[in-house]
Design a protein around this ligand. Structure first.
Ligand code: ACO
Length: 389
């Protein structure tokens, strides 16, 4: 059809290209809201401060996924269901035993999460019972798989979950076979709440794109785990401790930061696309870290971190770059005795709640994601035979 034909469709007005889709709304969502200027984060209208103070991770997961706080009976049933599905098949454990022990636990988690689809995939997405069972299985089994790989790579057998322990305490128990101190378990549960959801970040976007194809929820979570693993996203929490250890002592902070800025190096645990002030989760995590240090002994890396925060506030604050959620989470996990390369898998345990909430929301008003592109490649080339190249 000729372009000037009266029947030709009107030319489509293309929105400007924005790298990283910065500021481009890609979905509507009622799950989580961020005020990046005030430093406010709410899940379904409740502030994370209130949830950390009053709720538990599983109750928060219920709120995120079903939109309302559960009644006492609903919460009891949900907790019971999750508890009943914590074990993973011996076939999955055997599969994990064949993973290379030097492999990153995030890669092990991505493969194990995807393998759940081999066992439970029915793709009965219009059946509410299937939705509930997928939510329960994923929340229940992801922590078991993270803990199992930790033991397997050390040449040990996985520790079976303990039915009498709540969610966070059971995970810490499966790592060490020791029942955790109640304060440690409570603080770990609060960390899970703080990492449970954060609107349309990279891994959640990945989850929604995968969900929009109507594939199974295990594939949705596996794709999100792969996206979370990168150092610009969930992987940053590991790099923060490495960075603090590299700085070494408080008197070296200024010189280190000057050099890093001069070399245009990103300071790990700083900066956020949404927040132009200190991430509210970092504010809460810092307080939790202090509680842990009061109870279990101080960590000199914390003094170094505070000094870096103060110096960075002068140098990077004017650009709106402040500590994000990853800056203090590593110090909390280190005090809890958790190995550094499990920090991101723990993030994934928590964020599974958010991914599932977005999966469910996406299914409620689905349209497959298929954005456009601006083609910048060659055109109209003549084929060149192999011998002539
Ligand atoms: N250290 C130093 N400078 C920074 C940092 C940082 N951590 N973050 C951003 N900047 C600077 C950039 O150099 C850039 O400066 P310029 O305009 O002079 O070139 C400007 O701020 C904008 O940076 P972008 O990378 O374009 O910002 P974007 O919104 O794309 O990035 C991101 C956000 C990826 C989180 C970034 O701040 C970063 O890489 N931080 C370090 C990694 C990190 O901590 N990631 C965890 C994020 S939280 C999470 O995913 C759970």
């Amino acid at each position: 059809m000729a372009v000037d034909s009266p029947l030709a469709p009107a030319p489509v007005e293309r929105p400007p290209f924005r790298p990283g889709l910065e500021g481009v709304p890609a979905t509507q969502s009622a799950i989580c809201d961020i005020d990046g200027l005030k430093g406010l984060l709410t899940y379904r209208g409740y502030t994370v401060d209130d949830l950390v103070a009053q709720s538990s991770f599983l109750e928060t997961a219920y709120l995120l996924i079903w939109g309302e706080l559960p009644t006492a009976a609903q919460l009891k049933e949900f907790e019971h269901e999750v508890q009943m599905h914590r074990r993973v098949s011996f076939r999955i454990r055997d599969m994990m035993k064949s993973f290379p022990s030097q492999g990153h636990p995030m890669d092990a988690l991505q493969a194990s999460a995807a393998s759940l689809g081999l066992f439970y995939s029915r793709r009965a997405l219009d059946n509410p019972e299937y939705i509930v069972s997928a939510v329960v299985r994923l929340l229940a089994k992801i922590p078991t798989m993270v803990a199992a790989f930790q033991l397997i790579r050390k040449g040990q057998d996985p520790i079976q979950p303990r039915d009498d322990l709540p969610y966070a305490a059971n995970f810490l128990y499966m790592l060490t076979e020791r029942e955790p101190d109640p304060l440690a378990a409570r603080i770990f549960d609060a960390c899970l709440i703080l990492h449970a959801e954060h609107s349309l970040n990279a891994s959640t976007f990945s989850a929604r794109v995968t969900a929009s194809t109507l594939t199974d929820p295990y594939a949705v979570v596996a794709s999100a785990v792969g996206t979370l693993a990168g150092p610009l996203h969930g992987g940053a929490n590991e790099d923060v401790l490495t960075m603090l250890e590299e700085i070494g002592s408080e008197d070296r902070v200024e010189a280190w930061l000057e050099r890093a800025i001069a070399e245009k190096q990103k300071i790990m645990g700083f900066g956020h696309r949404e927040y132009k002030v200190k991430d509210p989760r970092a504010v809460i995590l810092q307080k939790l870290a202090e509680q842990l240090f009061d109870q279990f002994g101080h960590d000199p890396l914390y003094d170094l971190a505070r000094k870096l925060e103060a110096v960075a506030a002068e140098r990077l604050g004017p650009k709106g770059i402040y500590p994000n959620v990853d800056f203090y989470s590593g110090l909390v996990y280190r005090k809890l005795g958790i190995p550094e390369d499990l920090f991101t898998p723990i993030f994934a345990i928590a964020r599974t709640a958010g991914w599932l909430a977005h999966w469910k929301e996406q299914l409620g008003a689905n349209r497959i994601y298929r954005p456009s592109q601006i083609y910048t490649g060659a055109a109209g080339r003549d084929w060149m035979p192999l011998q002539a190249r």
